[in-house]
Design a protein. Sequence first.
Length: 493
Amino acid sequence: MAARNIMASLLALAAATLLGSCSGDGQIGPVVVSVIGTDKELAEPLKTVMAPASKLILEATAQGLVSFDEAGQIVPALAQRWIVEDGGRSYIFRLRRARWTDGSHITATEVARLLESRIKANLSLDPLGDLDVVQEVVPMTGEVIEIRLAAARPYFLQMLAQPQMAITRAEGGTGPYRKQARPHALFLRPVDDPLVHEGEEAPEVPAWQNRVLRAESGAKAISRFRLGLSQLVLGGRFTDLPLLSKSGVDNNAVHIDPVQGLFGLAITGKGAFLNDDPIRDAISAAIERERLTSYFDIGGWGVTDTLMPQQLDLPRAPTTPRWHGLSIDDRRAFAANAVNQWRAANGAVPILRIALPGGAGARILFGLIASDLRRVGIPARQVALDDDDADLRLIDEVAAYDSVAWYLGRLSCARKVHCSEAADAKLSEAAIAPTDDGRFALLADAEALVVAHAGYIPLAAPVRWSLAARLINGFTSSPRARHPLNHLFRATN
């Protein structure tokens, strides 16, 4: 019934939308984009920086020093060029000429101040991540800033390219778009390049270069796209995969991003049951990850029982759990034995509260996990993702940069997961290690300790999907799940 109501509402809007998409001179209208999320995430992105809608509006209206292109490569943004000196410990950026929303010129002094604020905010989320190496952000001239690091970090530009590193004032950033509120949507107009048209009247922007952006549920976004009322849907995750598979959308329009990161359950509860090392191992061993691919209609979804998706900057292969390589029957026997021993010593097994987002995909995921846990004697109940009393909480994040440090930082004690303090100590030592070899060795020690602690239950790679109409050129699947709106153009036929 809800789906029919959504479809009826969208059909009622179709005529007005189609009429509004064409200008009097026959130009093709703006690209209409849906991002799965909420209006609040578009309106206050810095309060929810990890949400797809927040990231999209930040990279559209408040670029950082550098950004990702559609292929996941680093490209200039607010900085037009840069050099790296002092063995990778000094990054010097020359800012391009740009203006704030009030028309005033940006200055290196203000950019440095705002960048320090973004670094501080991001360190609150990732205290042991690579940004902790930043010592100072210094304005050198009116157009040049330097970022000084305590030690070289080969992936530092990847960190700066994240949408949450956007340089923005309270009223907005420097583009590449300016936003105007419209009923139930935002209208995004490209910012004129002052280097090209300084002292001249800027030419009229072709209609197709504008964007109409709205945040809405996955059901509405998919329905709008299927009706031809939008040309792009961004921000898709596993939660809406069941809706997508039943929507009738052409498979050629579906794009799956080849991302890496974390998709699994972090143990966040305390108490005798979860504090027991064999029990945490047992929970992870009991889950039959291989069933995910049969219940979700997505080809090539890679399941995993390891923390790291590949070696990256580890000096050795990733650590595997002690039960790795056992059959599912042997894993269940291993898990049931641990649960039975705990029950004999402590009494009844508590119900595990598993925090997941809303959506059909999450209900399917819970059903699979709960049935596996029930087989070994562990009862479970699904709770909301923001439930403070959850025992297990889903982590579904794309890695910000290609280093084991990101994975370990995301599972550090500061992130309120069931953590290894010894691993945190190794990670802190690695941050100040004087040599690369010493740092990599410490990161390897920390990775092994995190895996042995079993405070995180890896399930699979994250899923990020988009829908793109055939008439949209410049769209491609992204290993960073970034799809800059200014890198798209609309075909004329």
